[in-house]
Write a protein that binds this ligand. Sequence first.
Ligand SMILES: [Fe+2]
Length: 304
Amino acid sequence: MNQDIRAPYYGELGRLSFSPGWARPEPAMWPAPKPKFRPAVWRYAAARAALEQAGDFVPVEQAERRNLIMVNPIEGNIYATSRNIVSAYQMVKAGEKARSHRHTAAALRLVVEAKPGTYTVVDGARVDMAPGDVVLTPSWCWHGHANESDATSYWIDFLDVPFVQHSEAMFFEQNPAGFEQITRNAPSSYRIPSREALGGGNDAKVVEVAKGALPTIGLHLIRLPAGARREVAKTTVNHLYSVISGKARVTIEGGADESLAVGDVITVPCWHAHTLEADEDVIVFQVTDEPLLAKVGLVKTAKA
Ligand SMILES: [Fe+2]
């Protein structure tokens, strides 16, 4: 093509919303995953102190939003913790109620600190919250939180909001009653007490919990006695970990080596082989997007 007509030609393509496949600035496909998200860690002690301060000026009317979102430190990201999942630390003070709402995003929380009297109302059922409990609120279930104890409660939220946003299938609704009334006995499936789910003993054990309850999110409890290791191969699955009791060390291919205490969170993006090691007897909570990827045939693991 004559050089003289190239510039107007490409200009006209742009006006027609075409992009010439032969002149793309970046390829659309590549030989293997190259995750944009990075390994990153967030500390419970820092979150707890910052939320404590927020409690002084963020009013009870905003209690359901008094949380600290763990934003993956990559350029342009203002929300997601990993590709498909966001996590956040949340605080509800003694005597507070966080208004009920529902959304198409699936959610769960891992309770870090809560005294008896802390509970979530899920679709009219009271679900008590104790440290180490996992509380589920599947897509479109009403949920509001209450703290009738005499101490502040803290937990870690995990939601598939980044995926739902990407899919543009987001719906959100405030409960017209404000805080939803308790109208039925709790179905036990919404509450998973982690130690009971793991059973007794101190042996290394991995238990999948809430299987199928959330179509996008996979949950595992991992118990490792001091010194034990668990290797995770390079996979397309994105992993997040927190510690329920004890201490764990997470070593990620490429350099990260972090010791995690109770309530700390680490995100391990896809295609990073990594190792969990028990610095002392430890129970680790693992959150992944494996069920989502499995549904579309995208769970792949590197050949050893
Ligand atoms: Fe919610």
